[in-house]
Structure formats: C-alpha cells, structure tokens
Design a protein around this ligand. Structure first.
Ligand code: FAQ
Length: 310
C-alpha cells in the first residue's frame, strides 16, 4: 500500500499538481518541507536585524519610512512562512524554540554585519535580489501553501530590491566618500550573497530528492549563475569596480566567477560568523522582553472566554 501511495504521489507531482495539507504525502516530503520552510521563516525574521540596526540612523525621513516598511514586510514573510509550515503539523512555538535553542539554521547572509549606510542599500539590491532569484521558482513548488506564500513574498521582495538599488544609485551620484562606501559594501556583501544559494551541487545533500519532488526547480549552482549574470551588468551600470576573477565567457554566454570560499560558508553555518552571537542574543532578549505582552494577551483571552461561558 505504501509503495502504491508513493507511486501515486510521484505521479501527481509529475503532473504538476499541487499537494495540499490534507493530502497523503511521504514522511520524507513532510520533513524536508518543514526543514526548508522553517529555515526560510527564520531567515526572514533574523534578516530584520541587520537592517533594524539602521532605522534610527537612516539619512532622511523618506529613507527611514522605506526602511521601516521593508523590515515590516520581512516580519510578514516570516509569519506567512510559519503559518504555511504549521499546515504540515508542526507548531510555530516549536519552530521558534528550535531557532532560539540554536538547533535550527537560517541563512548565512544574516550573520554578516551592516557597517555603513551603503550596506543597507546593498542588502536590498543583493540580498533581496538573490532571495527573489531563489524564490521565483518556489512559486511553482509542489506544496500549495508554500507556493502561494511565495507569490506575495516575491512581489514585496521586488520592491525591496529596487529600493536598495535606487539608494545606491543616489549615493553613486554623491561625493567620493559615498562612492567608496558603495564599493566597500559591494566588495564585502557580494560573495556572501552568492552563498545564499547553498553549497555547490556536488555537496548539496537534499537537491536530487527535492528536485524529484519539485520543491526545487533549479539547482543551487544554476540559480547562483543566474544571479551573477543578472547582477554584474547592474554593478557596471552603478559604476562599480568588478572583482578581477569575474569575467564574461563568450563561449558559455555566462560570467565566470571562480570558486567561493566554502570553508567560510560552513564556518558561518556552524555558528562562527561575525554576527551569529549578536543575532541570537537579540532574538532571545526580544523574546524575554515580550513575555509580558504574551502573558497579558493570554490572560485577556482567558477572561473573555470565561465571560462568554457565564
Ligand atoms: N545558510 O542540501 P542543501 C531572504 C544548509 S530569505 C544556512 O543544498 P537545500 C529574505 C541547508 O539548509 C533567505 N544554511 O539544502 C530577506 C542544509 O542543511 P540541513 C532564505 C544553508 O535545502 C532579505 C545544508 O546546508 N531563503 O533573504 C544555506 O536543498 C533581506 C545542505 O544544503 C530561503 O531559505 C545558507 N545559505 O537548499 C529577509 C529559501 N544554504 O537542513 C530580510 C528557501 C544551505 O540539512 C532581509 N530555501 N544551507 O541541516 C531554499 O531554497 C533551500 O533550502 C536552499 C538550500 C537553496 C537555501
């Protein structure tokens, strides 16, 4: 029976049908989706921190408003994703517990600090840009609630990407010092942004099964290449100096960019990045600081329940 179920499940996937929460699914499918969706949700929530660092120091009222709106959007993305993950039978409390206990992963990129205002623009341009490249195919992933959440998330990320690029364009019209800040942000954040796509295909443990289940539609390396090809012309338009190892390859019709520092990547995954501790401390402090709000809300709900019974 299990084998028949599996064959029918794969046949549905092959017909490009969406799998919905109450449908039968293999345990491995459920598990890998909970893993990926929760890591994705955690990334959205932890991703609020590097930009949150700049709300009080945004250079103008307009930039501050845009930044606050963007950070709120990221919180919203985290909430859609936790809700979508809950349809697989895990609670949001449990997922958040795993994050705070250091048991769950989130994207390595958010363990790099935002050192100057240009970094905030670069997060929008490069980090949201990489996120969209990875997430557009997820709008067609086989699990319905995840695919539907991604449709809205991608629309919002597209605004985030443009606002970041526009902030940098503005700085590139400014003083030499401002131009240097943009170059510095690009030099530091470009490579970590490429690591958002995950390890090389040869080291990607989940890829082949997740491609067969159409959770993934393209491999880590394919999406990374797509992002490099789209981003280098944008960097040139900004007037940035492109790293020497990046070269247009006439034969392949793509940019070559050499090997990334995968030791650094795994080191950050393990928790040893520059900002890993800061991010987790900030999350844990926020959890403690917010305890009274949760207690008050629960007490109020209990009171209302008692009243409606009376
Ligand atoms: N960081 O076998 P694979 C955003 C882990 S959202 C940390 O290739 P898979 C919005 C991976 O989990 C950014 N860990 O794994 C925003 C696995 O570990 P496990 C987040 C990573 O799942 C913008 C192991 O390595 N987006 O930025 C990373 O097939 C601005 C082996 O890897 C998503 O999560 C990494 N970079 O492919 C917010 C998108 N890469 O679980 C605020 C959804 C890999 O076995 C401000 N996720 N690992 O212990 C995905 O598409 C996939 O999960 C991949 C990885 C492509 C990330």
């Amino acid at each position: 029976v299990a084998e028949e179920g599996m064959a029918e499940f794969q046949a549905r996937i092959d017909r490009d049908e969406f799998i919905e929460p109450k449908d039968w699914m293999p345990e491995g499918y459920r598990k890998t989706l909970i893993r990926q969706m929760s890591q994705h949700a955690h990334s959205e929530i932890v991703g609020m921190h590097p930009e949150g660092n700049w709300v009080t120091r945004a250079p103008t009222l307009k930039r501050k408003l845009i930044l606050i709106a963007k950070i709120q959007d990221e919180a919203g993305h985290g909430l859609y994703l936790y809700s979508a993950a809950e349809t697989l039978g895990v609670s949001r409390e449990e997922l958040v517990r795993q994050l705070h206990a250091g048991e769950a992963k989130y994207s390595t990129i958010f363990n790099y600090p935002t050192m100057n205002w240009a970094d905030v623009g670069a997060v929008g341009w490069l980090v949201d840009g990489a996120a969209i490249t990875n997430q557009i195919p997820l709008c067609r992933c086989s699990y319905g609630p995840y695919a539907r959440a991604m449709t809205r998330v991608c629309k919002e990320e597209s605004f985030h990407q443009r606002q970041g690029y526009e902030a940098l364009l503005e700085m590139m019209k400014g003083t030499d010092e401002q131009k240097k800040m943009v170059q510095d942000a690009f030099d530091r954040l470009f490579w970590p942004a490429l690591m958002m796509f995950g390890p090389p295909d040869s080291d990607s443990a989940h890829s082949s099964q997740n491609m067969a289940w159409k959770i993934k539609r393209f491999s880590n390396d394919e999406l990374r290449q797509r992002f490099v090809d789209a981003t280098i012309p944008q960097a040139e338009f900004l007037g940035l100096k492109i790293p020497e190892q990046i070269k247009w390859n006439e034969e392949t019709g793509h940019y070559d960019f050499g090997e990334l520092d995968w030791d650094e990547f795994w080191d950050v995954v393990k928790g040893n990045g520059i900002s890993n501790d800061d991010r987790m401390n900030a999350r844990n402090e926020a959890l403690e600081d917010g305890a009274w709000v949760r207690e008050a809300a629960a007490a109020y709900a209990e009171k209302q329940r008692a009243k409606s019974k009376a």
